[in-house]
Design a protein around this ligand. Structure first.
Ligand code: ARG
Ligand code: GLU
Length: 689
């Protein structure tokens, strides 16, 4: 009982002020933070932020698709999110005749808005602490398996009861603090969401991968959608009969602008963080995982970039692939550097020494030793697993072989896939990547952990290059016509292909040799963290804890601020159109702005047009598209990135350099007016000032 009480106490003292702007707080518990928020400038109440009794700001925020955030900005379902969040929808509607990615898209009336199959937005109806209900029937004698079964059974019952009404309701029970607390989240999911507007990519993706994760930033990273409902305002499949959704709440737009020090509040769905792990975990991330993954991706990116620079066609084929490879690659660099700079491993070690001392004679005694042993056991397997994902899997030929095999029974689906694969395939890149990564695999991964098949091939061929030449000469998968001709009758032929064999050899190695240990130790580590989390809360009863991100709705508050990226350098927090013009260069793809933007600028008067701004909000992947709100609760921006020097904030937050990057809402308005000529959209928006 005492333990429970202490745990509750730890949650309650979450009311204590935290020194910096660190934290992603649960909206339903925001009353514990509201005094601190108000002290920092926020003018609204806890009920204004989150309420189940009245419309509150949370009703204007949605999970957009399955990995971004969006916000409602009119009483007619108008929604803003990022360009990179709506990218695949914009792309799906694009063709040679209508290249909306390149030229942008603007519906000039409701009838021109474009429906998007599969796209949903989820409104949070309510969230609720259901720990007691989830653990109902729990006895301390239970094994972990019995406990899990009980948690599952009770959770299923809660979800069923919460969604009984139907009407697009979806619910899930999420474990917080490694299963010390459980929350029920009930969403209403709308599935008729139409594209209203998007700037040309040369604005929406301005700066491309060159500027990604960087400041100064000038990306107009927004797209505009509209949520539709049936006549009763309930979710419905797409139908021309549907009408714009009438939200309980939408954001008023502020045109007053931001300045250094202004209060900022990001309301959105961060995906995943791990702030409470041990020094071993952090050491692995910062000293092993990030560096090895960065090195493997550098090899791959260098090859891709070399060919992209040689040919316009290859640049188009590989730009999206290169973007996704380089996004995490750049983030990891900031993360590893940040962990080192913050001395997080040493800090955590010192903390653990104090914890150990305190834990003597308590139920937490020996816990850290247990975690240490589990990490030590897992490490070589996990390391090998990362060579599996970053060196063995990237060869596109192997992906093609496997995906074709699994579609052999459905010729149309297979052929569709094959067409789209070859549209963006450039074999010389794949060949070079294969040889370089296979060489690195052999040189860097301990032979004890290399699969037998790999070692046999390398021995037989003598070099990765010779192996590559033979593989690409013998496989049928380099020949599009042959791949298209395959049918269900060719299963045996496919099974005998060297690309399929190689794919399987790697997969079986992962499945049989690595996965069992990784899964078992992973489960045991998680379990130990349930105790360690509780232990940390008891050990530091005055500290304000927030649960790690898990794509559920969170509040992060901070203020507009620049930072010092390097000695003698200060980054000011607001960028302007002038900076876009300074970067503009028709020769450089990432910086080649549309002529209309040059013309508008040349007319004069737009020098100081704000574009992006920096703030200290604690955000993560998934916060893309999140509304950035001012002290009055009005919309001032849309979150879309962090600065790379601060990406270790998923593990440790450094108030000096952790900054989120937002689009200034006034640049979005500028685009609607001057680029889209869609000023009619202003009529349904409400301007606060
Ligand atoms: N870094 C941002 C995020 O993590 C933006 C990514 C999209 N932009 C890009 N240039 N790849 O999602
Ligand atoms: N661009 C990221 C996203 O798509 C946000 C950047 C980050 O903070 O990780 O969610």
């Amino acid at each position: 009982m005492k333990r429970k009480l202490l745990f509750l106490l730890a949650l309650i003292v979450a009311a204590c002020p935290l020194k910096a702007d660190e934290g992603m707080w649960l909206p339903a518990l925001i009353s514990q933070r509201i005094a601190d928020m108000q002290a920092k400038g926020f003018k609204l109440s806890a009920e204004d932020v989150y309420s189940v009794n009245q419309a509150s700001l949370k009703d204007a925020v949605v999970l957009f698709g399955s990995g971004c955030t969006g916000e409602l900005v009119s009483d007619q379902g108008l929604l803003f999110t990022n360009h990179h969040c709506g990218y695949s929808q914009i792309q799906q509607h694009s063709s040679v005749e209508h290249d909306y990615l390149k030229d942008g898209f603007w519906a000039m009336s409701r009838s021109e808005e474009l429906p998007n199959k599969g796209l949903t937005v989820s409104f949070l109806e309510r969230m609720e602490d259901v720990t007691a209900a989830v653990l109902k029937g729990y006895k301390s004698k239970m094994t972990e398996e019995e406990r899990s079964a009980l948690v599952r059974k009770n959770s299923d019952a809660l979800v069923k009861a919460a969604t009984a009404e139907g009407k697009g309701l979806r619910a899930s029970v999420e474990a917080l603090y490694y299963g010390n607390q459980y929350f029920l989240f009930v969403y209403r999911v709308y599935r008729d969401v139409r594209l209203v507007g998007a700037p040309p990519s040369s604005i929406g993706k301005f700066g491309g991968d060159t500027d990604n994760w960087m400041w100064p930033r000038h990306t107009g990273d927004f797209s505009i959608f509209r949520v539709y409902a049936d006549k009763d305002n309930n979710p419905a499949d797409y139908s021309p009969e549907n009408v714009p959704y009438r939200p309980k709440k939408f954001f008023k737009v502020s045109r007053a602008g931001v300045k250094d020090g202004d209060f900022t509040f990001v309301y959105g769905c961060p995906g995943s963080t791990k702030e409470y792990v041990t020094s071993d975990d952090v050491r692995y991330v910062g000293e092993i995982s990030d560096p090895q993954k960065i090195a493997l991706r550098t090899l791959r990116l260098d090859i891709i970039k070399k060919y992209m620079a040689q040919s316009q066609a290859v640049r188009i084929q590989y730009s999206s692939k290169a973007a996704s490879v380089s996004n995490a690659w750049k983030k990891w660099q900031g993360e590893a550097k940040g962990i080192a700079k913050m001395k997080t491993v040493a800090e955590k070690k010192a903390y653990e020494a104090r914890f150990r001392q305190w834990a003597k004679g308590t139920r937490y005694d020996g816990l850290l030793e247990k975690l240490e042993a589990l990490y030590a056991e897992r490490e070589p397997y996990y390391r090998a697993y990362e060579y599996y994902t970053e060196a063995a899997r990237p060869t596109e030929l192997l992906q093609l072989a496997s995906n074709v095999r699994s579609r052999l029974d459905d010729k149309a689906a297979k052929d569709d896939y094959v067409e789209s694969f070859f549209k963006d395939y450039y074999q010389p890149i794949d060949e070079e990547v294969f040889a370089v990564l296979m060489k690195a695999f052999g040189e860097q991964l301990s032979p004890d952990f290399q699969p037998a098949y790999y070692k046999e091939q390398m021995r037989a061929y003598g070099s990765a290059e010779a192996w590559r030449d033979d593989l690409f000469a013998k496989t049928l998968f380099t020949d599009k016509e042959k791949v298209l001709a395959l049918t269900a009758a060719d299963r045996e032929k496919v099974a005998g292909d060297p690309a399929v064999k190689l794919y399987d050899a790697f997969y079986q190695w992962y499945y049989n040799d690595l996965r069992p240990v990784i899964n078992r130790t992973g489960n045991e580590i998680n379990l130990a963290y349930r105790d360690y989390m509780q232990g940390q809360m008891e050990f530091e009863p005055d500290k304000a804890f927030y649960p790690d991100a898990n794509l559920t709705l969170r509040v992060a508050y901070g203020h507009v601020a620049g930072y010092e990226p390097a000695d003698a350098t200060w980054y000011r927090p607001v960028s302007t159109l002038k900076g876009i013009i300074q970067k503009d260069n028709p020769e450089i793809f990432d910086y080649n702005i549309p002529q209309t933007l040059r013309d508008i600028y040349a007319e004069g008067g737009h020098d100081d047009q704000p574009v992006c701004f920096l703030a200290t909000n604690h955000t993560s992947g998934g916060n893309s598209g999140s509304p950035v709100i001012n002290a009055d609760g009005n919309l001032i921006g849309i979150n879309f990135d962090r600065v790379w020097e601060g990406t270790m904030s998923d593990i440790v937050f450094d108030p000096d350099v952790c900054r989120n990057i937002s689009l200034d809402i006034r640049y979005l308005l500028f685009n609607i007016e001057y680029i889209g000529h869609a000023g009619y959209l202003f009529d349904e928006m409400v301007f606060a000032d």
